[in-house]
Design a protein around this ligand. Structure first.
Ligand SMILES: *[C@@H]1O[C@H](CO)[C@@H](O)[C@H](O)[C@H]1NC(C)=O
Ligand SMILES: [Cu+2]
Ligand SMILES: [Zn+2]
Length: 202
């Protein structure tokens, strides 16, 4: 008879765990000339950064997560998001700031557009490396990925001024993003399942 309870609880615990959907965050880049909408989607193994940006001539432009969500001006977003206090680098480098997403390329001549599609394994939407509440910043020049030998290469990639910025905010789901809200009930249900499993033996 307790087997039925056990079955129900196992089904329930899977149902609750599967409620932990992938999260999505969003940032808009808007300035005099620049318009862009960028999504940050949790996927297996990282965060997928996707979207389109228009308003700059053809070329490569530094694209980073900066520390602060204060977009009074793009300069008030602070330095690159760097919780591990390392040197600046490229997106695929071992040594990089968490916020270092490298460059994005504008292509297409007079009506150049940047089609952004970056899979990153370092930024996150929860936990220590969470970028939510911080700022996405687009620069006026190319990020040298720490290798330009300029005095600012190892802090900013010497990417120049900031042409557009936006705060990274919650897009989906609307439920609390604090993981404890999801982990706690499923853990207690797993404990109940274990209890009934042992109870069933006697
Ligand atoms: C916007 O684009 C125009 C035309 O290319 C340029 O003259 C102007 O300096 C740009 N404004 C900013 C703020 O970059
Ligand atoms: Cu930057
Ligand atoms: Zn950096």
């Amino acid at each position: 008879m307790f087997s039925r309870w056990l079955f129900c609880l196992v089904v329930l615990s899977f149902a609750i765990q599967s409620k932990a959907e992938y999260k999505v965050a969003i940032a808009h880049l808007i300035s005099t000339n620049v318009t862009g909408r960028i999504l940050f989607t949790e996927v297996d193994g990282g965060v997928l950064v996707t979207g389109n940006i228009t308003g700059l001539p053809e070329g490569n432009y530094g694209f980073h997560i900066h520390q602060l969500g204060d977009i009074t001006t793009c300069d008030t977003t602070g330095a690159h998001f760097n919780p591990d206090d390392t040197d600046h680098g490229g997106q695929n480098h071992t040594v990089r700031h968490v916020g270092d997403l490298g460059n994005i390329a504008f292509v297409g001549g007079d009506t150049a557009i940047a089609n952004v599609r970056i899979l990153d394994t370092v930024i996150a939407l929860t936990g220590r490396n969470s970028i939510v509440g911080r700022a996405l910043v687009l620069h006026e020049g190319e990020d040298d990925l720490g290798q330009g030998g300029h005095e600012s290469s190892l802090t900013t990639g010497n990417a120049g001024g900031r042409v557009a910025c936006g705060v990274i905010g919650i897009m989906f789901p609307v439920d609390p993003w604090n993981s404890a809200g999801i982990a706690a009930p499923s853990l207690s249900i797993l404990a109940a399942v274990a209890f009934f499993a042992i109870y069933d033996l006697y």
